[in-house]
Design a protein around this ligand. Structure first.
Ligand code: HEC
Ligand code: HEC
Ligand code: HEC
Ligand code: HEC
Ligand code: HEC
Ligand code: HEC
Ligand code: HEC
Length: 346
């Protein structure tokens, strides 16, 4: 038997066929259709941009939650907040007895809950109020409940350093930071292919030009520990949590740290890495039974996995923990046996 074409060749032939077809459809002057990742990696390219990670932050035309709730208000700290949508643009107003401050909302961070990064007099602020999907309304931004504003500017938002704002864009967008400087002109919202697959753009251009190109690194080769550090660049690594002493219930958001606390975490194993349970190209699946296969890949090996149940493992062993100061619930990645009333471990 002769060796079949390598997948590379097959994909390339398919791409060439697409280009030819698309060019022909335009009539007299055939132009090659633009090659994108979707030309060859259809599944990932179609789903990933619509995930929370792919969205990351929303610019005015895409702020659907604000479109759906054209007038949002909140009274807090003696101030009145109002977010109003008109002609596809939202404004953020904070007022007290003496006056009002109104700013346009350009950067709405998040895909479900939205915190606004506002510009005022050449500086950046993180809005003091956040839109929370759970309550379909406004609440104080997580972590800001202890701020007691003294004037309209302080009530509007928390002034951030250049570094902090660059970090926000670094995790929620692509191409927004170069060195440590903000480069918002080239910013694309969301975590896109190139952000995780370094070298993918060059790979695509070479492939499209018919040149041999090194494929981006196969991220699927990473074992648990390395994968946790990779995702932890944005989801917080174990080291970051320990160094910054982020202990207590607030660290339930930092899965690489929580997972490493679990007895299940075997660092050189692939069965407990992030992608054993999550495909980063699709939205997280909110269905307990979906995760049984991952648990049983280790626990079914020798006899009965659990004395209590044989399905929906995560419903008991990855308990839901409320995030302090915000109407949000996270699933504790410290997989374990829990009992009612147990304190939160670490
Ligand atoms: C013309 C077709 C083509 C285009 C366009 C293309 N790729 Fe690829 N890509 C391939 C082929 C073929 C391979 C497999 C190469 C190999 O295994 O040696 C590959 C490999 C990869 C891999 C490694 C896969 C693995 O197994 O881990 C990643 C990641 C990747 N491409 C991402 C991208 C991204 C992101 C884009 C868009 C920026 C893109 N590719 C555009 C054809 C293409
Ligand atoms: C460049 C930064 C970055 C990297 C790297 C990253 N993430 Fe994310 N991820 C985010 C951001 C930002 C969000 C929140 C997006 C939002 O809701 O707007 C997020 C959200 C998620 C969500 C939640 C989706 C939801 O429905 O709430 C999952 C699951 C997730 N990431 C898994 C992963 C995994 C697995 C990896 C590693 C393979 C990874 N992430 C790597 C930035 C990143
Ligand atoms: C180290 C990377 C990182 C930095 C820096 C960062 N974020 Fe995030 N952010 C994430 C990740 C990962 C998530 C998803 C998990 C979570 O909700 O904790 C997230 C979630 C969010 C959410 C909730 C999203 C949703 O859909 O529910 C908002 C809002 C948000 N971030 C805004 C900001 C703002 C504003 C800043 C800057 C002041 C910022 N973030 C800085 C990584 C980061
Ligand atoms: C948040 C990080 C992240 C983003 C963004 C991302 N990928 Fe991936 N991708 C991964 C990881 C991690 C793997 C390895 C999955 C595993 O462990 O099997 C992967 C694997 C792949 C593979 C190999 C086949 C597979 O699914 O295992 C292809 C092809 C690919 N990605 C294409 C893309 C394309 C195209 C985009 C943009 C539309 C994209 N990726 C965006 C993290 C990412
Ligand atoms: C053994 C399976 C498993 C592994 C491994 C795993 N997760 Fe999860 N993850 C889950 C489950 C289950 C949920 C909750 C889904 C739901 O809401 O129903 C979840 C939810 C999430 C969320 C959404 C926030 C939340 O708590 O609802 C993020 C973000 C996330 N995981 C990131 C990661 C990262 C990063 C890693 C690697 C460090 C990882 N996960 C490893 C099972 C896993
Ligand atoms: C990589 C293999 C692996 C995976 C995947 C895995 N576990 Fe484990 N798990 C282990 C090991 C190893 C131990 C420790 C056994 C011991 O100490 O005897 C353990 C221990 C446990 C314990 C007892 C912990 C304690 O506090 O005593 C529970 C409960 C558990 N696992 C449930 C799960 C569930 C639920 C899942 C899926 C969400 C899962 N495991 C996924 C390997 C794994
Ligand atoms: C209804 C809640 C519930 C569900 C669902 C559940 N478990 Fe358990 N599991 C428990 C409790 C409670 C214990 C502790 C039992 C004891 O100590 O007597 C336990 C114990 C365990 C242990 C430790 C056993 C030992 O000998 O130390 C493992 C491993 C485990 N479960 C895995 C799983 C897996 C895998 C699944 C899914 C197939 C699962 N569990 C589903 C409640 C549950």
């Amino acid at each position: 038997m002769t060796a079949g074409p390598r997948p590379a060749t097959q994909a390339w032939l398919a791409a060439a066929a697409c280009v030819a077809l698309a060019g022909g459809a335009h009539g007299a002057t055939p132009r090659p259709a633009q090659t994108t990742c979707a030309t060859c990696h259809r599944a990932q390219a179609q789903s990933q941009p619509h995930t929370s990670m792919g969205i990351g932050l929303e610019l005015p035309p895409n702020q659907e939650s604000l479109e759906a709730h054209p007038k949002l208000t909140l009274e807090a700290n003696g101030y009145r907040y109002q977010i109003e949508r008109k002609n596809g643009v939202s404004t953020y107003t904070v007022s007290d007895g003496s006056g009002a401050l109104t700013l346009p909302i350009r950067y709405a961070f998040g895909a479900r809950n939205l915190t606004f990064v506002l510009e005022y007099q050449g500086r950046f602020y993180e809005s003091l109020v956040t839109y929370y999907a759970e309550i379909e309304g406004l609440g104080i931004t997580m972590g800001d409940d202890r701020i007691k504003p003294h004037n309209l500017t302080e009530a509007m938002g928390r002034q951030t350093s250049e570094q902090e704002i660059a970090d926000c864009f670094g995790c929620h967008a692509t191409g927004a930071v170069s060195g440590a400087k903000l480069t918002l002109a080239s910013m694309q919202p969301g975590v896109n292919c190139e952000h995780c697959h370094t070298g993918a753009d060059a790979h695509m251009q070479a492939m499209a030009g018919g040149k041999p190109a090194p494929a981006p690194r196969k991220l699927g080769e990473m074992a648990a520990e390395e994968m946790s550090s990779f995702c932890g660049e944005c989801h917080h690594t174990w080291e970051t949590v320990v160094r910054q002493r982020l202990f207590g219930q607030k660290n339930v958001r930092f899965q690489p740290y929580r997972l490493a606390l679990s007895k299940c975490f075997l660092g050189d194993d692939k069965r407990i890495r992030c992608t054993a349970c999550h495909d980063p190209h699709v939205e997280v699946i909110r269905e307990d039974a979906h995760y049984d296969r991952a648990c049983l890949s280790c626990h079914a090996v020798s006899g009965k996995a659990c004395p209590k149940a044989d399905k929906n493992c995560v419903s008991c062993h990855m308990p839901k923990v409320p995030v302090l100061g915000a109407p949000m619930v996270f699933n504790d990645h410290n997989i374990r046996v829990t009992h009612a009333g147990d304190p939160y471990p670490w």
